[in-house]
Design a binder for this molecule. Structure first.
Ligand code: ADP
Length: 412
């Protein structure tokens, strides 16, 4: 099949979370048997040398009474063709996203532009499957339908908490016809909801785990879209995400100090030694992730006195909510065995997975979550809330690190 896979981020080009891991691993795996094109925005902050890109085409996209200059670039990567969409409003940023009111309050225009570019590209080159992911690409389902693009549209929800909700007054600027601003279209309590376009106009709808597929149909996890999702439940399936086991491979990971050989205990001891301050004799707990209410890091902060009094070390790596960041800074200053590393650091995350004994993931909800899968791959025991895919992936019995190494209770 010819597949066009579209996302706002994909490792190794741009990554802010699990979407990037999946937008790398899934098309790469599909490319072993199918003809896959991965389409991404080109961001100024992307991590690769621009000389590697080949210019494919220059275009003008006209919508909302304006013309936008768009340049398509390409490179071959992991058996697939990657196509980058460059256009000044979309690309000239130091970060991938921003929130309304911040310097990046024009995310609606940026990702509507990306979605128009996707639909135009899908119209030019015929694909069997147009696979759209999350709200950033959801409008492409509507634009592709309007352009009568051939092939089937698959839309995947990676996290229902992010829907791309914007003011109604932006409708015509974004090139969305007024007739679609109604309950069975993009209208959502008087605002425009990008995610609804993906749900409404796709042929098949997936989410990233079987449990989350059920949860999102309920008021507790439906984020206000449970009714709309129930209407479209006939085309909804939950398919569990996976990780790229060659990228997250403790036997062969250039980012960690000591590769895994035979014994997990030796692997842990050696990797712990290279982390500053880590005392080898204390169990090491880590939290790695976005600092948001979803990830439940505040639940750990509430327990900090109790945790700090135990014979353990606890490392936190993350960025996000400034308030949570301040609490973690404070905690790190107060307690000698609690450390906070602010920021996004791929290599350090790998080092933590390798060194830690336990990964703590008290998420309030979790569509899939990759941290717990990566942790298990590195012989790190995940401690998780029984929600979403954490229920599908972490089992109370039979912990194994997934490498087929001999399992002994002592080592676990
Ligand atoms: P999310 O909800 O953020 O997508 P996932 O568990 O699905 O969460 O995936 C998170 C991915 O991002 C994992 O690869 C994890 O290691 C990585 N990650 C999260 N925060 C950081 C950070 N601060 N530094 C490095 N990697 C991070």
């Amino acid at each position: 099949m010819k597949i066009l896979f579209c996302a706002s981020e994909a490792f190794p080009f741009a990554k802010s979370g699990g979407l990037a891991d999946v937008a790398h691993a899934l098309p790469k795996a599909l490319a072993q048997s199918d003809e896959v094109t991965l389409m991404l925005p080109l961001y100024r902050c992307m991590s690769f040398e621009r000389e590697r890109l080949q210019k494919m085409a220059e275009k003008r996209l006209s919508f909302g009474g304006a013309d936008y200059r768009v340049t398509l670039h390409t490179l071959q990567y992991a058996g697939m063709r990657v196509v980058f969409v460059e256009s000044p409003p979309l690309s000239e940023r130091d970060y991938l996203y921003g929130s309304p009111g911040s310097a990046y309050g024009d995310n609606d225009l940026r990702f509507a532009l990306f979605s128009h570019a996707i639909a135009a590209f899908a119209q030019e080159e015929r694909f069997d499957i147009l696979h759209l992911n999350d709200w950033h690409t959801a409008l492409a389902a509507l634009f592709a339908r309007e352009a009568e693009v051939e092939g089937k549209i698959l839309f995947t929800i990676h996290n229902l908490a992010y829907q791309g909700v914007f003011d109604e007054c932006r409708l015509s600027l974004l090139g969305i016809a007024k007739r679609h601003f109604q309950m069975d279209g993009v209208e959502f309590y008087g605002k425009i909801n990008f995610l609804k376009a993906g749900i409404a106009w796709c042929d098949a709808l997936t989410t990233v785990s079987p449990t989350y597929a059920k949860e999102i149909l309920t008021p507790e996890f439906g984020c206000g879209l449970e009714g709309f999702l129930r209407l479209h439940a006939g085309k909804l399936t939950g398919i569990l995400n996976g990780i790229d086991t060659t990228l997250f491979d403790p036997r062969n990971d250039a980012m960690i100090a000591c590769p895994m050989k035979r014994k997990i205990s030796t692997f842990k001891k050696c990797n712990k030694k290279v982390l500053s301050h880590a005392q080898n004799d204390l169990p090491l707990f880590v939290f790695i992730g976005r600092l948001t209410e979803q990830k439940g890091v505040d639940l750990l902060i509430a327990l900090v006195e109790e945790l700090a009094s135990l014979p353990l070390r606890f490392y936190f790596l993350g960025e996000g909510d400034p308030q949570i960041g301040m609490w973690l800074e404070q905690m790190s200053k107060t307690y000698e065995n609690m450390e906070y590393y602010s920021g996004y650091d791929e290599a350090f995350a790998h080092q933590l997975y390798a060194a830690a004994d336990f990964l703590v993931m008290p998420s309030r909800f979790e569509p899939c979550g990759l941290n717990q899968m990566i942790a298990m791959r590195y012989g790190t025991v995940p401690i998780v809330h029984a929600v979403g895919s954490l229920k599908d992936t972490v089992h109370a019995t039979g912990y194994r690190c997934g490498l087929g190494l001999p399992y002994t209770p002592n080592e676990a």
